[in-house]
Design a protein around this ligand. Structure first.
Ligand code: COA
Ligand code: AMP
Length: 629
């Protein structure tokens, strides 16, 4: 296949030839005769006449190939102590039955199923069972509040919702079912049924006529076979934060995704059949979709589904325990998790207590990997630490060290080089390439490779407007950075109002909307500021309406609670300051970038168009950490 450089070049000069060969990795019901449909440029479709089923490729195919007795899924709960292993045959049988239960509720190819579940095996089964029917799942992260779940239900319009009685967050039991009930009250769209996994830690009340007990429905279900679908049919919708309050439903197709996952597992992550991948994320995020569920199973590997936290469940050795117990070859998580472990166990004493000889690589993604965290992890684990940069939209890495193809020297602070298929460019505001080493907007020349987003659910215009209009012929990543003279990519951070809190992508715009809807608030701004543990955390600033009776502290407490109630605990907005005014340009645009720069310890570039320079001077004390007296 050639070196990285040859492959990257070929993938760009002849995408049809390159990805046509990669498509051999997948078992097709009908092999595609065409690789790329360019007829609707800038909208591209991979493998337009291919037919396949993703669940068949993830399960049945491996059983047929004689891997039925191999472990497919290991559930490891650091909270309950549970360990449960499902072989490929066992997982296939459970998924086939669950697909039967969904079909009995009327779910057919193309219908949507929303999944709001904690890290239990049924969550993985739910995704695969939906895919088996050719239906479309949308997993909503458990840390989102009912209002956010309701927005997603209204957009995806599911026939069925799958959920559980509760999730376990450290020592706390988070009841999911009351949140689902509340979301269904708020949503205009009413699904026909809900299937609820009853966990022993909390038993949920079921609504007669709408809710079914998962175990009971499974008992009665008749297994079904995979339903072949077009490669271009949607496999899932995953909502992600944009710059506005309304989340974007990123659509992933079946065929391109399966090809990309198989390619990434071998060429990037270097994990193959029978080897164990432990991705410590959540099925509600793209990392969970791609590398807890689909990637490892499509590759015939074993995946670990971990319920717990990097620290406190019960200690900072939780990840190392998983690695040694299950012979993990590659561990994948977010830099925040490493920072959390380091904070508790700076000397890495717990690392030394476990046999980590199976571990070949640590992969980190989801947020910028700061060189300090990189050095610590590389030193303590003594394995290559590989940063990889990507997004919900792309579904798999844009830039990485290609561990399976050609391992390369690591430069701390860089996720290494563009992955084959991605023509990564750094552009100036006019759309011209900047010289090596100069910063600009990171964009990807179209077409992007298979597996990247097919569009925004129900809103093709929004896809074009948000990503493709700024630089014609390019996909705008929303990240800024540079490429050095060796071709290494450095991603410095978002250029929009998206922030990354503990590897969780959040919109400051949606938090501002919550603050602005409080009756005492005249104006508000939310910015992301640097945080030693979580990478970034949100900070809010509000101007109160004149004549507000309540004290500033009361309003602040209500605002913190409102963000928690409306968006979810995961938003983690704890610090809000009441200020006299927000800095603005003369045309009324809030100077969030200047505020961010000052909060991060800089001087802050103050544009000449500022309305009242005194406002920024007044804010400096508050922004740099001290509270206004
Ligand atoms: N269901 C319900 N609530 C959840 C949740 C879930 N699935 N996930 C998080 N929350 C809650 C947390 O309990 C916390 O609530 P609190 O404010 O009442 O304490 C809140 O959301 C914020 O969560 P988080 O930002 O994760 O902070 P934390 O203090 O609980 O944990 C870390 C800190 C570093 C241990 C944790 O963020 C972590 O493991 N990060 C790794 C990042 C990761 O996996 N990213 C996924 C993309 S790769
Ligand atoms: P998400 O869609 O939740 O995966 O978040 C994607 C965003 O996270 C990207 O646009 C980046 O801003 C950031 N991100 C993810 N991985 C990295 C990385 N390795 N380095 C820098 N930023 C990253």
């Amino acid at each position: 296949m050639g070196t990285y450089a040859e492959q990257h070049r070929n993938s760009l000069s002849d995408p049809e030839g390159y990805w046509g060969r990669q498509a051999e990795r997948v078992e097709w019901d009908t092999k595609p005769t065409r690789v790329l449909d360019r007829s609707r440029d800038p909208i591209f479709r991979w493998f337009p006449d291919g037919v396949l089923n993703t669940c068949h490729n993830a399960l049945d195919r491996h059983v047929a190939a004689g891997r039925g007795e191999q472990a497919a899924l290991i559930h490891h709960s650091a909270i309950t102590g549970a360990r449960e292993t499902f072989t490929y045959t066992a997982l296939r049988d459970r998924v086939a039955k669950l697909a039967g239960a969904l079909r009995a509720l009327g779910v057919e190819a193309g219908d949507r199923v929303v999944i709001y579940m904690p890290m239990i095996p049924e969550a993985v089964m739910a995704m695969l069972a939906t895919a088996r029917l050719g239906a479309v799942h949308s997993v909503v992260f458990g840390g989102f509040a009912p209002a956010e779940l309701a927005v997603r239900i209204d957009d995806a319009r599911p026939k069925v919702v799958l959920s559980a009685s509760c999730g376990l967050e450290g020592q706390r039991i988070i009841e999911y079912k009351p949140m689902l009930d509340r979301a269904l009250d708020l949503a205009e769209h009413k699904p026909e049924a809900c299937m609820i996994v009853q966990r022993e830690q909390a038993v949920a009340d079921l609504t007669e006529g709408r809710d079914l007990d998962f175990a009971h429905a499974m008992d009665e279900a008749v297994p079904v076979d995979p339903v072949p679908v077009a490669a271009t049919d949607p496999l899932y919708i995953l909502y992600t934060s944009g710059t506005t309050g309304k989340p974007k439903g990123v659509v992933r197709d079946n065929g391109g995704h399966a090809v990309a996952m198989c390619f990434a597992m071998e060429e990037i992550y270097d994990v193959g059949p029978g080897q164990v991948l432990f991705t410590a994320s959540d099925v509600g995020w793209v990392v969970g979709h791609s590398f807890i569920v689909y990637g490892p199973l499509l590759a015939g590997a074993t995946t670990v589904l971990f319920e717990g936290k990097p620290v406190g469940t019960p200690d900072a050795g939780a990840f190392w325990r998983v690695v040694s117990e299950h012979g993990v070859r590659a561990l994948f998580t977010a830099p925040t998790a490493m920072r959390a472990i380091r904070k508790v166990d700076p000397g890495g004493e717990l690392v030394g207590e476990y046999d980590l000889s199976s571990l070949k690589t640590l992969f980190l993604a989801g947020e910028r990997l700061d060189p300090d965290t990189y050095e610590w992890a590389a030193d303590k684990l003594a394995v290559p630490v590989i940063d990889n940069w990507w997004q919900t939209e792309t579904g798999w890495p844009i830039a990485s060290n290609m561990r399976g193809m050609e391992p390369m020297p690591v430069k701390p602070g860089s996720p290494t080089v563009p992955v084959p298929g991605y023509d990564v460019r750094v552009l100036d505001p006019e759309g011209a390439d900047v010289p090596a080493g100069s910063e600009g907007a990171i964009a990807i020349r179209l077409p992007m490779p298979p597996g990247t987003l097919a569009g925004i659910w129900g809103d093709e215009d929004r896809y074009v407007r948000s990503y493709l209009d700024t630089y014609p012929g390019f996909y705008l990543t929303g990240d800024g950075g540079y490429i050095d003279e060796d071709g290494y990519v450095f991603v410095m951070g978002r250029t929009d109002d998206v922030i990354n809190v503990a590897g969780h992508r959040l919109s400051t715009g949606s938090m501002e909307q919550v603050l602005a809807s409080h009756p005492a608030v005249a104006e508000s701004a939310v910015i992301g500021v640097a945080d030693a543990l979580k990478g970034q955390i949100p900070r809010g600033f509000v101007v109160l309406k004149s004549g507000v009776d309540s004290s500033a502290d009361e309003v602040i407490a209500e605002l913190v609670q409102a963000v928690r109630d409306e968006i979810g605990a995961v938003a983690a907005l704890r610090r809000i300051d009441v200020v006299d005014a927000l800095p603005k340009t003369r045309s009324g645009k809030i100077l969030r970038k200047t505020m961010r720069e000052i909060a991060d310890g800089g001087q802050g570039s103050v544009p000449s168009t500022i309305e009242d320079p005194q406002v920024i001077e007044n804010l400096r004390g508050v922004l740099s950490g001290q509270r206004e007296s």
